[in-house]
Every structure is written in structure tokens, then in C-alpha cells.
Design a protein around this ligand. Structure first.
Ligand code: ADP
Ligand code: MG
Length: 319
């Protein structure tokens, strides 16, 4: 059962800038999905249209039975039910954490206001920071306050447009994992947009891949990883090594094994990375250079080796 439904939405800003082309998307109530695409692929345009903050060129967005009206059709653009959060989302600098979260609730019953704010402070682990001003908080805490404020009026849908890009990697990962648990508990429907597959996967195994304004692949990460529809999708997950003499057949560095026999290769470069050494190797008698993960950190420049792989790990596009 789809809850959030995007049907054939296109967006063309001008002759040169086509942001979306007949984009279709369905998310069930309470579903959490991650959308990945390179910069300029149309992610922000899509979220703004879903939120009713941008006029589409054609197509329609539904939330349940409700048609989302765009700013040409609605006097006050946007919906309480659909909250969009992006990186530049501004908190009120002179208000405390508690006041920022309570702000959208000003017209609500006082008891409800109090109870909702307490609940969100607790869920977001912000209770001890309730009296601080935004500038006294870390970047991650500020983003949590922004999310707390967006969640205060119990929206049905939360749209996250790369909101964590300004955070450092560790802060970001912890925050995404923490928020995922909260979103699940609140049963809010979430579309999380990012250009980073690692971030996307911390939020959800359900991936949507957008390329040049089109939804080109959708599914569980296992499926997308194993059967990417094209090179763009495959490369979101890292390097690809081309199988010599074959068109569009590849193997990932992590799927190569060192064995007593196989393809002969010589190390021409070694890079020390966090979990393994990344080797660049020349295949004996072939034009290709490959990347190989060396978890044992055993191989040095100049060393020779034999590489093998399982046939079922080969990647072929278009299936
Ligand atoms: P993303 O969020 O994936 O980076 P955007 O939705 O911001 O992608 O942009 C998609 C395309 O639409 C890009 O080519 C961009 O230059 C263009 N675009 C976005 N906003 C505008 C605008 N206000 N006017 C003209 N072109 C725009
Ligand atoms: Mg964007």
C-alpha cells in the first residue's frame, strides 16, 4: 500500500536545466527509504515538489488520498504533514533548545505542548541541553534540534535533504543511526536523500538511485549491489575492475582472492586505508590495471600474485 506517491513528476527550470523526468516513487506508511544520486541529479527538486514548495512542470504527488498542491495552487505553500529539512535549516538563535522544539506547537493545547516537547527531548537525548542556545551545541546536536522541531507537530512525512553534510564523518554516522531508531519508533515516513551510499545504508537498506532526474533503480541494497543496472549505480559502491576482453563485465576489488594460481598480477601501488591496503596491480600481458583489497597488508610494490574470483560475483549491467 503506497502512502506517499509521486506520479510522473517532471521538472524543467529552463531550456538547459531539466531536473526531473517522469519520476515515479511510492513509499508505504512508516517506510524509510534512502535516495542516492550525484550532485545535480534532481534530488532537492524532487523533495521540494513532494513538500509542495516547488511547482512541477507536470505530474502529481499524493499523500494518502490527498493531492499535494504546489505554490501556484495553495496560498500558503507547504504542509504541516510534510516536513523538509536541509543543511541550511535555521534554528532561532536566541531561543533555547526547548523553545525551538516547542515553537511550531504554540497554537496547541499547553499540556500537549509540554508532553510532546518532553517526549522529543528524551528521544533525541537533548534533555540535559534544553536550556542551551543553538550556538552552545555541536553541529550534530543542532541538527537534532532542527529534526525535533520538524517532528513536534507529528508530521506524516519527513524529507531529509543531505542535512548532515556539514558534520564530520563520525558525528554523522552516529547521528544517522540514532535517528533511524527514533524514526522507526515514531512510525514516520522518511525519504533520506544523500550522495553517499554509506550514509544512505545507515538509514535504510531500501535504496532508490536517481540519475539525471530519473529513478533508474530501486530495491534492497543486496540486490542493487549485486545487480546494478549500469556503471553509474555500480560505481556508487566503489571501484570496478574490468574483466579483460569482455564487454561490460566487472569484478569488485573486495571479491578478488589471492590463490596459488589465477590471473597473474604485479603490485604497482599500495595505499594504507583504514580496513585494508588498497593495491593497484597490473595484469600480466593485459592492458588493465585493477584495484585489489589486501586485508592482510602483506603485499608490497613489485610483489607478484595470482588473483581469482567466483563467477557469481561478476557484475554485468542491464539485468
Ligand atoms: P541535486 O539536489 O541532486 O543536486 P537539484 O534538484 O538541486 O539536484 O538540481 C537538479 C538540476 O536542476 C540541476 O541541473 C540544477 O542545476 C537545476 N536546478 C535546480 N534548481 C534550479 C533553479 N532554481 N533554477 C534553474 N535550475 C535549477
Ligand atoms: Mg541537493
Amino acid at each position: 500500500m503506497s502512502f506517499l506517491k509521486v506520479s510522473d513528476v517532471s521538472k524543467q527550470y529552463d531550456e538547459k536545466n531539466i531536473a526531473l523526468e517522469k519520476f515515479n516513487l511510492q513509499v508505504p506508511r512508516g517506510g524509510i527509504v534512502s535516495m542516492v544520486g550525484e550532485s545535480g541529479s534532481g534530488k532537492s527538486s524532487l523533495l521540494r515538489i513532494i513538500a509542495g514548495l516547488e511547482v512541477q512542470s507536470s505530474g502529481v504527488v499524493h499523500l494518502g488520498d490527498q493531492k499535494i498542491l504546489n505554490p501556484q495552487q495553495k496560498l500558503v505553500p507547504g504542509y504541516d504533514e510534510i516536513q523538509l529539512i536541509h543543511q541550511e535549516y535555521k534554528l532561532y538563535p536566541n531561543s533555547t533548545v526547548e523553545e525551538n522544539i516547542a515553537r511550531p506547537l504554540l497554537l496547541y493545547n499547553k499540556d500537549y505542548q509540554k508532553q510532546r516537547v518532553e517526549e522529543l527531548l528524551g528521544l533525541l537525548s537533548l534533555t540535559e541541553h534544553r536550556d542551551k542556545k543553538p550556538k552552545q551545541l555541536s553541529g550534530g546536536q543542532q541538527q537534532k534540534v532542527a529534526i525535533g522541531r520538524a517532528l513536534s507537530i507529528e508530521p506524516e512525512v519527513l524529507l531529509l535533504d543531505e542535512p548532515f553534510s556539514s558534520l564530520d564523518a563520525i558525528q554523522k554516522r552516529e547521528l544517522i543511526e540514532e535517528l533511524k531508531v527514533i524514526f522507526e519508533a515514531l512510525e514516520v515516513t522518511v525519504v533520506f536523500v544523500t550522495h553517499d551510499v554509506d550514509d544512505a545504508l545507515l538509514m535504510s537498506e531500501q535504496l532508490l538511485i536517481i540519475q539525471k532526474g530519473k529513478l533508474i533503480q530501486q530495491g534492497n541494497v543486496r540486490e542493487v549491489f549485486r545487480k546494478p543496472v549500469n556503471e553509474y549505480v555500480a560505481k556508487l559502491f566503489g571501484y570496478l575492475n574490468r574483466i579483460p576482453g569482455e564487454e561490460k563485465t566487472y569484478i569488485r576489488p573486495s571479491d578478488l582472492r589471492f590463490e596459488p594460481n589465477g590471473l597473474e598480477a604485479k603490485v604497482i601501488k599500495q595505499q594504507y586505508l583504514i580496513h585494508y591496503n588498497l593495491l593497484t596491480v597490473e595484469l600480466q600481458g593485459k592492458k588493465e590495471t585493477w584495484k585489489v583489497d589486501d586485508a592482510s597488508r602483506k603485499y608490497e610494490v613489485g610483489d607478484k600474485m595470482f588473483l581469482t574470483y567466483d563467477e557469481d560475483k561478476l557484475i554485468r549491467f542491464g539485468k
